[in-house]
Structure formats: C-alpha cells, structure tokens
Write a protein that binds this ligand. Structure first.
Ligand SMILES: *[C@@H]1O[C@H](CO)[C@@H](O)[C@H](O)[C@H]1NC(C)=O
Length: 291
C-alpha cells in the first residue's frame, strides 16, 4: 500500500511536473527573448520600454563597450549624425562676426539629412529647405560667386545691384527671389528646427510629447509666415510626430538616453548661435521684413 501510494504520488507528480517544466522553460525562453529585445534596442526607445530604464541600467548595459573616461559621443564626432550638422554650422560663424554662406548651406544639407528619416512630417519643411539651399548654392557657386561668400557681402551686393525685393512684397516668381530673401526663409526654418531640437532634448518624461512641443515651435517660428493651407497641413503632420525615443535614436544611435539628450541639446545650442548671429546681421540691414 505504501508503495502503491508512492507510485500514485510520483505518477501524479510527474503528470504535473512535466507540463510545469515545459511551462518554466517556455517562460525562461520568453524572458530571455524579451530581455534581448530590451537590451538590443537602444534602452530608452519608447516603443521598446515606455517607462525608460534608469540611467544606471543604461550604463550597465553598454558598460563593456564604453571608453573608461568621458569622450565626445560618436554622434557628435566628424562621422556622427549631429557632428555633421554642427561642424559646418560652427564653421559658418567666421571670426569677423559674419556668416560664411557655403558652410551655412553645408550645415543645412546635413540638417535636412538628419530630419528626413523622421518621416513625412518633416517633408513639408525639409523639401522647402532643400529647394532653398539649392537656390542659394547656385548663387554661391554661380557667376557672381565673389559676392556670395558671406551674408554681409551678399546683402551689400544685392542692395547695390538693386536685386532686393521691397519689404513686405513677395516676388512674383519665388524661384527668382534674391539670395537675401532665400536666406531669410531658411533662417526662419532654422529657428523652428532649433526650438524643436531644444525642446525634444529638454523634455521631462511626464511633460508634453515631442509633437506638441515641435508644434508649439512651429506656431512661434514659422506659422506666422505660412499660408493657411500649409499651416493646416503642418497641424495634421504634428499629430503623427515621431516619439522622443525615435529622435534620440536617430541623433545618437546606440547611446544612452542621457547622453543622447545632452548631445541633442548641444546641437540645438549650436543652431541657436547661428540663428542669433544671422538674426543680428539681417536686422542691422533691415532685411527681416522681406516677405
Ligand atoms: C541667443 O540670443 C538670446 C537672446 O538674445 C540669448 O538669450 C541666447 O543666450 C543666445 N544664444 C546663444 C547660443 O548665443
């Protein structure tokens, strides 16, 4: 009877144990899998982990790959996405207090490359910017190149040559607008990009999302200069705005959240320095009112 009971118990035990073991293995497998998913994606990407792990965990995950002491993150280096934007924009601020146009345009090209993968949301801004960059490049490398080395040189030359539009009057053919006016339009778009980058970098976890913040930046910097239809298109576009995680992932692939945010903030500061100087130069020359 003792043996019979034992057999019965062990049979029952095995009957339950086998499915249990299978279940445990399955759970283990799923855990390992989800761990790999979490650690495989950049830790702060919102789609992977909505809460975002604390920075300590980020350090731990990327620990073995990190250099022992702080270095410029790769995304800010010469081959990095942000480095390629910041380097020419910084170089455009020449020692004479002017803005070098070829560097400014190179900065814009890199900025468009950075913003384009963020999706169609930016198409309305980047397509427009690309067209303007191309138009201004044609002048910088064109027959009058000597007059298009810098903002101050361009403005002086276009005024002398009678190429400037009258303030507040849009040219009939926008494709033939003056270099100064084209620059002014890029300048406003730069303000928007800068505000947007800055707000994405500075946002707090519980705060408004990136779409709301860049929408606000749009209303401040660009909307007053855009026709109704464009404003409506922009308003819709901001509803499908990429998450902050996606921004940070594009800006600094593989970096931790803290690091990526700091890098994005520095990029925004560089754009602000360029914006400030351009704003000053345009204001001094009375060019902010070109339509
Ligand atoms: C740009 O100008 C604003 C207002 O004058 C100033 O507060 C800000 O510090 C300047 N930013 C940079 C990066 O120079």
């Amino acid at each position: 009877m003792g043996v019979a009971l034992l057999t019965q118990v062990s049979r029952r035990y095995f009957r339950h144990a086998i499915p249990l073991a299978v279940l445990s293995l399955l759970l283990l497998y799923l855990c390992a899998r989800s761990f790999r998913v979490v650690s495989g994606c950049t830790s702060w990407a919102q789609s992977c982990n909505p809460e975002g792990p604390p920075p300590v965990q980020v350090r731990w995950q990327s620990g073995p790959l990190e250099a022992p002491k702080w270095k410029e993150p790769p995304c800010e280096g010469p081959q990095g996405v942000l480095g390629r934007v910041m380097e020419p924009f910084r170089a455009s601020l020449n020692p004479e207090g002017d803005v070098a146009l070829s560097q400014y345009l190179a900065g814009w090209r890199a900025l468009v490359r950075f913003l384009t993968p963020l999706g169609s949301i930016f198409a309305f801004a980047t397509d427009e910017a690309s067209a303007k960059v191309t138009a201004l490049e044609a002048r910088v490398h064109g027959p009058e190149a000597a007059h298009y080395s810098s903002l101050a040189a361009m403005a002086a030359w276009e005024r002398r040559a009678g190429l400037l539009e009258r303030p507040g009057v849009a040219p009939r053919d926008p494709a033939r607008s003056s270099g100064s006016r084209t620059l002014l339009l890029l300048h406003r778009a730069l303000r928007w990009s800068q505000l947007c980058l800055h707000r994405v970098a500075a946002a707090t976890p519980g705060g408004p999302d990136a779409g709301v913040q860049c929408g606000d930046a749009y209303r401040t910097a660009l909307a007053p200069h855009h026709p109704w239809l464009v404003r409506q298109a922009a308003r819709l576009a901001f509803l499908a705005f990429p998450s902050r995680g996606r921004w940070l992932g594009l800006a600094c692939p593989g970096a931790g959240e803290t690091e990526a945010r700091a890098a994005l903030a520095r990029a925004a500061a560089t754009l602000e320095a360029v914006y400030n100087r351009t704003q000053g130069l345009l204001a001094e020359r009375g060019l902010l009112g070109l339509a």
